[in-house]
Design a protein around this ligand. Structure first.
Ligand SMILES: *Cc1c(COP(=O)(O)O)cnc(C)c1O
Length: 404
């Protein structure tokens, strides 16, 4: 394979399609996609083959828990898209990828420093499960690298980043934060779900491990759950062993769906980002809106860092209502016909969900310098619908706000 020589759009098409996984031995030709290789039992040729064993790496038939060609093809494709990665481990959900990665890298007595705008389940892992295991967790303000520097101690082993942050969408200076972690002897792990490696080459920007919820952009069709962790050699080995100790495995059916989604991910990201920009620009003109927190929107908080560090975006962003109570926000959301109400994002369909970050933040709730308005937010996941139709739907929602 010569994946490294090609640009990302081409790699999206060719990655993971090894001849060995798309054809039958002794037969010319083959299929475009690796078939769904269902298998719990893997068979050995003879006793000598069994005695020889297998390397613990993708590409070797051993037992179903180590996956088969369908899962290997997906992992290989994801590795080809993440510059600097030597491999990718798959997990049954994004949360499983985050939990397992942190478990792999932390030991009792270690300290985890967590960006304050981390995905809420990541906070729960840090302050629930990991704390019970003797790992101390504290948060830092991602927009003030000096708070990370001040929080680092000799026990800090992992710094957990997310860019942009969940709900409030701050873009942080990942190269600076990763450098602070490294200088203090800690590893940096990033939740890179928003941009995917297509929009943010996390390892190239200084991170040690790049974790992603495949459920979102890679799946892309709201019909599967999966996660991944990509890293260089030594880290990858620890993450892989931890995943194996815990029996983490993904089904070949889901891996085939994820591979199908991956082929069009670049197109979907471009299109949803373009539509999101149009919707965000329109929202800025609305009197009901006090702030639009959309990294790809010129003038929005973090836009300059987004331009410096990212090569793409996606359709997920948040806006703040200028003057509304919880009931008015509910009327807005209930009046929407094209936006479903749901927690996920990255699918072909648009979604809306209320956002109240103050509940889970230790530092500030909203980014500095924005007009916090009512303090009530709404997060939109823009799908593949027509931008004008989505704007008309939101217009209907705003009209419903005032009619108690
Ligand atoms: C959804 C999400 C996850 C978790 O992914 P699941 O596949 O739903 O477990 C992790 N991080 C971010 C930023 C997410 O939005």
């Amino acid at each position: 394979m010569s994946d490294e020589e090609h640009r990302p759009a081409t790699r999206l098409v060719e990655a993971g399609r090894r001849k060995a996984w798309t054809s039958v031995g002794g037969q010319p030709g083959g299929t475009v996609n690796p078939p769904v290789w269902r298998g719990s039992t893997h068979l050995y040729e003879d006793m000598a083959d069994l005695a020889k064993g297998r390397p613990n790496a993708d590409g070797h038939f051993y037992y179903g828990r180590r996956g088969g060609p369908t899962q290997w093809a997906l992992a290989e494709a994801l590795t080809a898209l993440e510059p600097g990665a030597e491999g990718t481990e798959l997990f049954p959900s994004g949360v499983a990828a985050i939990a397992s990665t942190l478990l792999a890298l932390l030991e009792p007595g270690d300290e985890l420093l967590l960006t304050d705008n981390a995905y809420e389940p990541t906070r729960n892992i840090a302050f629930g499960m990991l704390r019970r295991m003797g790992v101390t967790a504290r948060t830092f303000d991602p927009m003030r690298p000096e708070t990370l520097e001040a929080a680092m101690t000799g026990a800090t082993r992992v710094v957990m980043l997310e860019n942009p942050g969940s709900l409030t969408m701050e873009v942080c200076d990942v190269p600076a934060l990763a450098a602070i972690a490294r200088a203090g002897g800690a590893l940096s792990v990033i939740d890179n779900t928003w941009a995917s490696p297509l929009g943010f080459p996390a390892l190239e920007r200084g991170c040690d491990v790049s974790v992603m919820s495949i459920t979102k952009h890679v799946g892309g069709h709201s019909d599967l759950m999966m996660g991944s962790a990509a890293a260089g050699g030594p880290m990858l080995e620890r993450i892989r062993l931890t995943a194996q100790y815990m029996g983490q495995v993904v089904s070949p059916d889901d891996a085939a769906l994820a591979l199908r989604g991956l082929r069009t991910m670049g197109l979907r990201l471009e299109r949803t980002a373009a539509t999101a920009l149009e919707v965000a620009q329109w929202l800025e003109t609305r009197p009901e809106v006090s702030a639009v927190l959309c990294p790809i929107l010129p003038g929005a908080p973090g836009h300059d860092l987004w331009r410096r560090d990212f090569t793409g975006g996606c359709g997920l962003f948040t806006f703040v209502l200028a003057d509304a109570d919880v009931a008015a926000r509910a009327r807005l959301v209930d009046a929407l016909e094209l936006f479903g109400i749901g927690y996920s994002w990255g699918g072909f369909e648009s979604l809306a969900i209320p956002v109240d970050p103050a509940r889970i933040r230790d530092h500030r709730a909203w980014p500095e310098g924005i007009d916090e308005g009512s303090g009530l937010g709404l997060r939109l996941a823009i799908g593949l619908e027509d931008a004008g139709d989505l704007i008309r739907d939101l217009t209907r929602g705003f009209a419903a706000m005032g009619t108690a």
